[in-house]
Design a protein around this ligand. Structure first.
Ligand SMILES: Cc1ncc(COP(=O)(O)O)c(C=O)c1O
Length: 502
């Protein structure tokens, strides 16, 4: 029996436009038709679009996405034919609550226990569905002003190729087999030297764990240090990936407000097992955690037996002031797990990162790493070790620091040209992006509009989990945008900001 869909009075079609616009890639290899169909179907199956939600008119959605109206009509018709939406003349189109894969099998309904209401329609687990509902990664990872992307075009590819060829000429079989231990030992030794001298990290090479990106490190930490139901304090605003990974591990992430001194320890609720901080360059606002707060947090962790996860993701890039040494270097009680990544200093597609764990945890992480991930990329790790030992790593960082400093200046001057000093800027004179504050404006609507003009930004409000404290602004990555293109792209963005009601 087909139920009539109820219009969802509290939801608006603009939420859908928001979601689809963020994911739609005009001009991609997939046709507009197929892409829109897939995005809408997946969002319905993922319950991101609740049943009863009214879809925007085909005219509106076509205009927002810059595609032909016939394409939208065709997609709506196909979704209706397949049961994902229902439509009536003059009534509009609504997300259906009788989607084909939700209709229970008659035999199953009689004899088996009912599927919990929150179980995802297509058989995805509850935690999988929750992950889908709050997914944070964008569909586009390159273009002005995508935050957090280094200038990959300036990577010394020839040097890398030469080092790589050296290893591939006669590759040792053990480097082509499964990885063993915590990573390629010479890479761990080279990293320990580098971290000691440049970041004040106190460690032996044995404490270094090589991981395939920060998310893998977070996953391993969640797995080895927390049981389901454990609590983690996470900076608010903060990095969306922490919530995604830890929540998928059954960890309750609790937002803790950040001020000019970093995470406000006094405002954390409950007893955390983990505390996630980015003390050298708070993500995304850029503040540096004060020494007093660092001491307070370390004392708290020692007293309550909590683990601090220090994310030092881009502190190599400071413009002006020298960086404060790591929080890990102040820790006398072995409470800090220090995370670093090669994504920002080399290139994100390398998928190599590392963590420094307190000595008593080394065995546990070795077993966790090899049992859950097996390990590999040993030859790439060997090339990277040479890249560091031969001095290319430090000189590449130095060159990129100068390049990014000039690009940051170009963006600051474009902002000054457009808005004088009427808008607040947060960046802590460091990193690959800055945040342009937009008090009283709808940052998500502006980001959507900008995307329609080919400019990628991220709305600051999306980084808050506690909506009451949410602020409005845009994250603008400048590191990978040519200096002489910055003012032109910013002028386009400034037009979107000026057009927005506020
Ligand atoms: C705050 C923060 N930490 C870490 C990372 C790096 O993650 P990965 O090592 O997976 O590239 C990012 C990437 O954008 C980030 O924004």
């Amino acid at each position: 029996m087909t139920k009539r869909p109820k219009p969802a009075s509290t939801r608006s079609p603009s939420m859908l436009v928001d979601l689809i616009q963020l994911r739609f890639l005009p001009g991609s290899a997939e046709s507009d038709n197929q892409q829109l169909y897939r995005l809408l179907r997946d969002a319905i199956l993922g319950e991101e679009l609740p049943h009863g939600l009214r879809l925007p008119s085909s005219r509106q959605l076509a205009a927002e996405l810059g595609i032909a109206r016939n394409t939208v009509i065709h997609v709506y018709e196909r979704l209706a034919a397949e049961g994902y939406v229902s439509a009536g003349v003059g009534r509009g189109t609504f997300v259906s609550d009788t989607r084909p894969d939700r209709i229970p099998h008659p035999a199953a309904t009689r004899e088996t226990a009912p599927v919990p209401a929150s179980r995802h329609a297509s058989g995805v687990s509850q935690r999988g569905a929750a992950l889908m509902a709050r997914a944070g990664a964008g569909e586009r990872q390159w273009g002005a002003f995508m935050p957090g992307v280094p200038e990959v075009r300036a990577f010394p590819a020839r040097t890398w190729m030469r080092l790589q060829n050296r290893h591939w000429r006669r590759p040792p079989p053990d480097l082509l087999s499964y990885g063993v231990g915590l990573g390629y030992p010479p890479l761990r030794a080279a990293l320990a030297d580098y971290l000691r001298s440049s970041r004040g990290v106190l460690c032996d090479p044995e404490q270094i764990v090589i991981t395939s990106g920060t998310h893998t490190a977070l996953q391993l930490i969640g797995l080895m240090l927390c049981d389901p139901g454990a609590r983690a304090w996470v900076e608010d605003p903060g990095y969306w990936g922490v919530h995604s990974v830890w929540r998928a591990n059954g960890i309750e992430t609790v937002p803790v407000p950040v001020d000019d001194e970093g995470l406000d320890v006094d405002r954390g609720e409950g007893r955390p097992r983990l505390v996630f901080v980015s003390p050298s360059h708070q993500y995304p606002l850029g503040s540096v955690m004060s020494l007093a707060r660092r001491r307070q947090l370390l004392a708290y962790a020692s007293h309550h037996g909590a683990w601090i996860v220090e994310d030092d993701y881009d502190s190599e890039f400071r413009y002006g002031r020298p960086p404060l040494p790591s929080l890990q270097g102040l820790d006398t009680d072995g409470r800090v797990l220090y995370l670093g990544t090669f994504s920002k200093v080399m290139f994100p597609g390398l998928r190599l990162s590392y963590m420094v764990v307190p000595a008593p945890l080394v065995d546990a992480f070795r077993v966790g790493l090899s049992e859950v991930y097996r390990g590999g990329q040993s030859l790439t790790q060997a090339v990277l070790a040479d890249f560091i030992v031969d001095g290319h790593f430090v000189s590449h960082i130095r060159r990129m620091r100068n390049l990014y400093a000039a690009r940051r200046e170009a963006l600051l001057s474009a902002i000054a040209t457009g808005f004088g000093d009427s808008l607040p800027i947060h960046d802590g004179s460091a990193g690959l992006h800055l945040v342009l504050g937009l008090p009283g404006r709808d940052d998500r609507a502006i980001a959507r509009d900008a995307l329609g003009h080919g400019i990628i930004t991220r709305a600051l409000s999306r980084y808050y989990r506690a909506p009451a404290s949410s602020a409005s602004g845009l994250l603008l990555g400048y590191s990978h945008v040519d200096e002489d293109e910055i003012s032109r792209h910013f002028a386009t963005l400034a037009g979107c900001i000026a057009d927005a009601p506020g």
